[in-house]
Ligand binder design. Structure first.
Ligand code: CMC
Length: 375
């Protein structure tokens, strides 16, 4: 048999059959379980979307309120886990802390029975419920502040802001964050979702699978791009300097963060939604010079690279939204993660419907049958 052709990055190679989300990269369409992301972000809540991703249908009113109550009940962190987070070095990146905390959540949670759907379901719900609390807990710890316990009656977005500040969050911030969580909740077979499914395929629990996925999401080519977008805007400085900055970047063959996508060859629909969210937020809280800079950068990059299908991706505007909400730059990717755990868990459950251990092949390019020099 001849060797199969190597496809770097497995680009375009299906790794699973999935009914969770759909992308049309040419038309700029993203759907969760057949519903357009624009409709969901305008009319749903993150909890409703999480249910939709996990179970395939929108919840009834009763199902939704029971699910919200469940998330509220499950988000309490055991003391041992809070102590573990308090012992983490304040110099850690919040994504490193989150990856470790999710593994820690597995250590302090009831053992998941992989032969019992209810047990796996509860573990998935616990991951979705606790991840925002884990992110907020480390934020406070590294700032030298006390842990703020979650409130069961709050939504995911409101509870996260509460756990960060220990103050009742305002409605605009809650609705903005809720919408951003919906937009980040799922995105087909990307690197971190694939990582989640690979770990799940070894017959592991949702804590370990999501912890592995968070490690994959941390990288600058994936979720880590959002914090770099803001650093990039800060480096450019002013609108007048955008063209020269881009020319220097291009001459050095460096990528512009927040642009380009393996699948979208037009503007990422989530970038459109986040841009709308950003402008709405600026109307209430005042604009930022970085937004003008971002618009100019979009104009310059799309003029130069648009014909190659390189346009703003989800990370381009999300940082501007989070910065306006007063969040630290390096907590942007953990916010991406706390939304995306809904998608990871949906993929975890789907992987287990008909599990087969991932064990790809390779094309061996090394030497063979060598004699040891000392024999
Ligand atoms: N700026 C400048 N050139 C780019 C960019 C960019 N952002 N993205 C791709 N290119 C060029 C690249 O230099 C290469 O050019 P050439 O053929 O001349 O060597 C060509 O386009 C193909 O690049 P690639 O990296 O092989 O293409 P890909 O399909 O693997 O790209 C990507 C996907 C996201 C890795 C890439 O666009 C990128 O690195 N973007 C910057 C980082 C970023 O914003 N990441 C967030 C991705 S969206 C959120 C997420 O998935 O987490």
């Amino acid at each position: 048999m001849s060797n199969p052709e190597l496809v770097p990055g497995l680009a375009g190679i299906p790794a699973a059959e999935s009914s969770i989300s759909f992308i049309d990269g040419q038309a700029g369409v993203l759907e969760y379980r057949g519903y357009k992301i624009e409709d969901l972000s305008a009319n749903s809540t993150y909890e409703e979307v999480a249910w939709l991703l996990l179970y395939g249908e929108l919840p009834t009113a009763d199902e939704l309120s029971a699910f919200e109550a469940d998330l509220g009940r499950l988000r309490e962190l055991p003391e041992a886990l809070v102590k573990m987070i308090q012992a983490m070095p304040a110099t850690a990146h919040p994504m490193q802390a989150l990856q470790a905390s999710l593994a820690g959540l597995g250590m302090v949670s009831p053992k998941t029975n992989l032969r019992d759907a209810a047990s796996k379901d509860e573990a998935c719900r616990r991951v979705i419920a606790c991840t925002p609390v884990l992110v907020a807990a480390f934020e406070r710890v590294r700032a030298g502040k006390d842990y703020v316990a979650p409130k069961a009656e709050l939504s995911t977005a409101a509870n996260f802001l509460w756990c960060l500040d220990g103050e009742s969050p305002d409605d605009v911030a809650v609705r903005t964050l809720d919408c951003a969580l919906i937009l980040h909740a799922e995105h087909t077979m990307n690197a971190s979702t694939f990582a989640c499914r690979v770990v799940a395929s070894t017959e592991n629990d949702p804590y370990t699978s999501c912890s592995g996925a968070v490690g994959a999401l941390f990288g600058p080519l994936h979720g880590g791009a959002n914090e770099r977008v803001l650093k990039q805007l800060a480096t450019i400085g002013s609108v007048d300097e955008v063209e020269a900055w881009y020319d220097a970047k291009s001459a050095n063959k460096q990528k512009v963060m927040g642009f380009g996508h393996r699948v979208y060859k037009t503007k990422d629909p989530r970038a459109n939604n986040l841009q709308t969210l950003a402008t709405e937020l600026f109307q209430t809280l005042g604009s930022t010079p970085k937004y003008d800079l971002a618009l100019k950068l979009e104009e310059v990059v799309t003029a130069r690279l648009g014909d190659r299908g390189i346009y703003p991706n989800v990370d381009f505007f999300s940082g501007l939204v989070y910065e306006k909400l007063g969040l630290d730059t390096d907590v942007f990717t953990p916010i991406f993660a706390m939304a995306r755990v809904a998608g990871y868990c949906a993929h975890y459950l789907e992987q287990h419907l008909d599990n087969k251990l991932f064990r790809p092949g390779q094309i061996y390019a090394g030497q063979r049958d060598r004699a040891l020099p000392r024999s």
